[in-house]
Design a protein around this ligand. Structure first.
Ligand code: PLP
Length: 224
């Protein structure tokens, strides 16, 4: 389907749900291009998308090289420690910081401060990556020693379910935790942002005040 059409539909939903949630700042849409070709990513660029997300090293490097220079590149997946050096200085935002070993490696390889989201496993499902809600504060306090890491917010992935009130609850919990960390006034962790919402639940995330929604399937599709 046409990216322009998809984007219009997404923007309409974001608009309606921000209104419903009394949210005045709409989220930025990150086009998740992990399933699609460079041509398809360029289609998204041509309809005005500037934020792009990839979850693997190869896809990230490929899309970054192919897209124009004014894009903002988000690495949204877990990153193996040994691959950090190959990519960390190419990333504008890293969404999946979830362990100290990774933080240590990022800090060592980074040539400047890296904007990171701490990934939080709000639902507590064992299959999901991320720090548990109860561990977020301790984890972030431990990051103080890493001068190249800036914690700009929290990220989560909601489970796949039709239970919208459950998903909303998870997003609300992430937001409350974001507010708690922000209130600590840590200079290395301003924690003002929320990365939440994907194809199935971006409308709910918008309603709860997401800063970034990460949309693949419903925006650029799963394949050509
Ligand atoms: C794949 C992916 C998305 C986008 O998923 P869709 O359901 O296709 O929108 C968002 N966030 C992360 C972390 C992903 O890995």
């Amino acid at each position: 389907m046409d990216v322009q059409y998809n984007l219009e539909k997404i923007n309409e939903q974001i608009e309606a749900h921000c209104k419903k949630g009394n949210i005045t700042t709409k989220p930025d849409v990150i086009a998740v291009t992990k399933y699609v070709t460079i041509d398809r990513a360029n289609d998204a660029y041509n309809v005005g998308i500037r934020h792009f997300g990839e979850n693997r090293l190869e896809g990230f490097q490929q899309k970054k090289a192919a897209l124009p220079d004014d894009v903002v590149m988000h690495f949204i997946g877990s990153l193996q420690t040994r691959k950090v050096k190959d990519v960390i200085n190419e990333i504008d935002y890293f969404h999946a910081l979830d362990r100290l070993k990774l933080a240590k490696e990022i800090n060592k390889r980074a040539e400047h401060k890296i904007k990171c989201f701490v990934q939080v496993n709000v639902s507590g499902e064992s299959s999901k990556q991320g720090v548990s809600l109860s561990e977020v504060e301790t984890f972030i306090k431990e990051l103080k020693q890493y001068e190249n890491i800036e914690i700009i917010g929290l990220m989560t992935m909601a489970p796949l379910t039709d239970d919208e009130s459950y998903i909303k609850r998870l997003f609300q919990l992430l937001k409350l935790k974001r507010d708690e960390i922000k209130a600590l006034n840590l200079n290395y962790a301003p924690c003002t942002e929320l990365s939440m919402g994907m194809s199935n639940d971006f409308h709910l995330a918008a309603e709860e005040g997401a800063s970034f929604v990460r949309i693949g399937t419903k925006l650029v599709g799963k394949e050509e």
